[in-house]
Design a protein around this ligand. Structure first.
Ligand SMILES: [Ca+2]
Ligand SMILES: [Ca+2]
Length: 600
């Protein structure tokens, strides 16, 4: 063989090998907590300095109709499973007192990556179950460094254990200095990127910031034009810059897809140009800034207005990893690949469903039209919106003009589509993970029945040991002292049947739920003076709700009757363990004194 022919043969062999085994693509998902749509430059922020995210947008694609969910845990479940939170039975927010988590049988993005030989690492906030059975290391992550839940679930909140920081399955610190978390997460990520490896990698970095309590390290604290929230956002931008810089330096740039988004809208702040914010299904609560960058594959400086969301991340990444999707279950998300190649391509998913923390279907969007099937949450200085409310969210992103009367045909069409889709999800929903292990002290069946008066906030009685309230009149009494404007004293039941004595927006409220959409409530201004007060709440045999505080006159209203059956859920004191028993989304656990509880 002549030298030229040999060289040509070698070239062909190399080309053939390259074509047969394309270099695998690394993936990084950066997931901020509580970041609003216009919190960063690429989505219209003019106050804060986000140069690294600005560059990210110039080099990648912006998604302007990218949906998350109203609150934390449900968003993370959607992101990691490619499914609506209601399909995987994930409530809005998990608390340290919960003994549930994302079901171990769920197939996570990390497990999909591992099926193709990827090395997987998670750095940051998990919030899908903090018991060992539910931790990231049991859901496909080779490495884990971070917090198991939100940064406000810490010791200074009565009843919570000290906030743990994990490495792998070991707690390495408690109550870490939160001002250092963004910096520490970033250093962990960059260190991981610099580690020499033969395998491709999947890095999931859910930041703890910008969830309250806000904190930033030196160099950012006090430096932004928007106070602590701006400082925390500018530090996240710095973090993104560090990670992108490391990719460039390590020549991994062309082989890595990076996704940047957030889990829900801003907390207590506006989310222009939308109405609503965190914990609502108005666009401001669920429409998130989203950037994706993949040099050579995603056209630079582009914008995609198609409906997309965190449920699409798993199907999209499965394709990128070269992995098969699980075939034994229904996923709600779709592969965004066609849009990554061409943002004007046909929509991959023309419908989005908006679920509440209580796993109810609140709204549906198809094309530009969004229909509220239930009344959306109200926010200060915003109009009252009453279902059915129909908005054109393309022309009216603030959801101000209800067009339900004008377009009855669209209302009918969306109502039908919502009912069909909900029926399918109800028929194929998958359970949340629950421990089947030994009961805790409070749950242990004893020879003498548990005395309610011995229960302290945080206690949870197994459903079988709970007071009998189905089909009968009952009165609940206790003495409490608190300064909280939003909390739960007693909750028993869930989204189908239950009752709760709680404080919501400063009102002491006794609520009865006879069926999913059959709620009755009686309320009084709550004494939040930290002094002990006696409360009596009841359901009379003719279906009236009564509420009495100290020796004030009793307030009584007509409800719709007795509870048709005994609630199936546990009886909780000072918190609500899983499915909310009343119309609250994420009430804080009770911090205060609660004694002499009785139910007769
Ligand atoms: Ca959040
Ligand atoms: Ca799994």
């Amino acid at each position: 063989m002549r030298p030229f022919t040999l060289l040509w043969a070698l070239c062909c062999a190399t080309l053939a090998a390259t074509a047969a085994t394309p270099k695998p693509t690394n993936v990084i998902v950066l997931f901020v907590d509580d970041m609003g749509y216009a919190d960063i430059g690429p989505f219209g922020n003019k106050t804060l300095r986000t140069p690294h995210l600005d560059r990210f947008a110039k080099e990648g694609m912006r998604f302007t109709s990218f949906y998350a969910t109203p609150v934390c845990s449900m968003s993370r479940a959607s992101l990691l499973t490619g499914s609506y939170s209601a399909r995987v039975s994930m409530p809005g927010v998990l608390f340290p007192s919960n003994r549930i988590g994302l079901h171990p049988d769920e197939v996570t993005v990390a497990e999909v990556a591992k099926s193709r030989g990827y090395e997987t690492i998670m750095i940051g906030k998990w919030h899908l179950g903090h018991l060992p059975e539910f931790m990231p290391t049991r859901q496909g992550f080779d490495h884990y460094f971070g917090l198991p839940y939100s940064n406000d679930m810490k010791q200074s909140r009565r009843g919570y254990p000290p906030l743990p920081l994990y490495r792998g399955e070991k707690v390495i610190e408690t109550e870490p200095d939160q001002a250092q978390l963004t910096r520490r997460y970033t250093e962990e990520a960059v260190k991981f990127l610099r580690t020499k490896r033969d395998k491709p990698f999947f890095l999931y970095l859910p930041y703890t910031m910008i969830h309250d309590p806000l904190a930033s390290s030196e160099g950012f604290k006090g430096k932004s034009a928007q106070g602590p929230i701006g400082d925390a956002i500018e530090e996240i931008d710095w973090s993104v810059g560090q990670i992108m810089g490391a990719l460039r330096e390590l020549l991994l740039d062309d082989d890595t897809l990076v996704i940047f988004t957030s889990d829900n809208g801003p907390s207590g702040r506006a989310a222009p140009p939308f109405s609503g914010n965190k914990a609502t299904n108005l666009e401001g609560g669920v429409r998130e800034p989203c950037l994706m960058r993949w040099p050579g594959r995603i056209p630079a400086g582009t914008t995609c207005d198609r409906i997309a969301g965190n449920i699409d991340v798993l199907p999209t990444l499965a394709k990128v990893f070269g992995a098969d999707l699980p075939k034994d279950r229904i996923l709600d998300g779709r592969d965004l690949g066609p849009l990554l190649a061409d943002p004007t391509a046909a929509p991959v998913r023309d419908t989005h469903l908006y679920f509440t923390a209580a796993q109810k279907l609140e709204a549906i969007r198809q094309g530009p039209w969004k229909l509220f099937l239930l009344d959306p949450a109200k926010r200060k200085d915003e109009p009252v919106r009453t279902a059915p409310a129909l908005y054109n969210v393309v022309e009216d992103p603030a959801e101000r003009t209800n067009q339900a009367l004008k377009h009855a045909d669209i209302v009918a069409q969306l109502t039908k589509a919502a009912a069909d889709r909900l029926a399918e999800i109800e028929a194929h929903k998958r359970p949340i993970g629950k421990l089947s292990d030994e009961p805790t002290a409070a749950e242990t069946p004893s020879k003498s029945p548990v005395k309610l008066s011995d229960l302290k906030p945080g206690a949870q009685l197994k459903a079988a040991a709970a007071p009998q309230v189905g089909g009968r009149a009952f009165t609940l009494s206790c003495t409490f002292a608190t300064t909280q404007a939003n909390t739960v004293l007693v909750a028993h039941g869930g989204v189908q049947v239950g009752y709760a004595l709680h404080i919501r927006e400063g009102k002491l409220t006794f609520s009865i739920r006879r069926a999913t959409d059959d709620n009755s409530e009686v309320s009084l201004p709550a004494p939040t003076d930290g002094q002990p007060h006696r409360v009596r709440a009841g359901l009379t045999k003719d279906g009236k709700l009564l509420l009495q505080l100290d020796d004030q006159p009793e307030v009584m209203i007509q409800g719709t009757g007795l509870l048709g059956k005994q609630p199936a859920e546990d009886f909780c004191v000072g918190h609500d363990a899983a499915n909310p028993a009343a119309k609250y989304s994420q009430p804080a656990p009770f911090r205060g004194n609660l004694v002499d509880l009785t139910i007769r």
